[in-house]
Design a protein around this ligand. Sequence first.
Ligand SMILES: C[S@@+](CC[C@H](N)C(=O)[O-])C[C@H]1O[C@@H](n2cnc3c(N)ncnc32)[C@H](O)[C@@H]1O
Ligand SMILES: Nc1nc2[nH]cc(C(=O)O)c2c(=O)[nH]1
Ligand code: SF4
Ligand SMILES: [Mg+2]
Length: 209
Amino acid sequence: MKQEIQDLVNKGLMLPLMEEFYTIQGEGFHKGTAAYFIRIGGCDVGCHWCDVKESWNANLHPPTSTDVIVANAKKYSDTVVVTGGEPLTWDMTALTDKLKAEGCKIHIETSGAYELTGQWDWICLSPKKMKLPTQGVYDKAHELKCIIYNKDDFKFAEEQAAKVNSDCILYLQPEWSKRDTMIPMIVDYVMANPKWKVSLQTHKYLNIP
Ligand SMILES: C[S@@+](CC[C@H](N)C(=O)[O-])C[C@H]1O[C@@H](n2cnc3c(N)ncnc32)[C@H](O)[C@@H]1O
Ligand SMILES: Nc1nc2[nH]cc(C(=O)O)c2c(=O)[nH]1
Ligand code: SF4
Ligand SMILES: [Mg+2]
């Protein structure tokens, strides 16, 4: 990459844009709400069950001006979800400042593996064992969404719930390929431990992006 473009990416003025699409938020607290999704490439967390592995290599996704991203987004929706990849790989300040200036409500989907940058109306934290969240994300998260791939993940979920702020809403979401096995266990777990709620990837049932 040219040095001048790399400098703009380092400042968060350009971001490796993988895709953007207008859809219905499928997961968590805001499920069912129309939103414009901005998927930023780049992630080195390495979840073996990740459903967007194509996002991991930032070099495959063209550095795109945040002005262009914002101009597109505002045509579609005043609710914007920034996801990835891992969006906190990058400085989110410029992107979120510009979306705010357009009056958008801005949500993030993050593993929390890097320092929180940007201004957010809603932070969905989905922690991963391989690279634990930074303290600032635990402190500011509005929802904690723990992915359940096997039985051990209930224990990890409880450890993560002990670290988030007291207003944070707690979700257990089955890993997609294990859903038939894990959904009955999640149902039993939530009935026995009602501080938790169930989150499903409803967009996959609806056959939408
Ligand atoms: C693809 S990630 C991108 C954002 C960020 N890197 C993160 O992990 O939160 C978006 C959401 O999808 C969840 N996810 C990814 N693969 C999944 C799968 N196979 N089954 C269920 N949820 C999955 C993640 O845990 C996260 O909550
Ligand atoms: N509809 C829809 N809802 C989502 N919620 C979180 C998603 C993500 O990949 O971050 C996602 C996604 O990819 N599609
Ligand atoms: S942190 Fe998110 S994008 Fe990265 S591998 Fe895990 S699920 Fe995929
Ligand atoms: Mg997804």
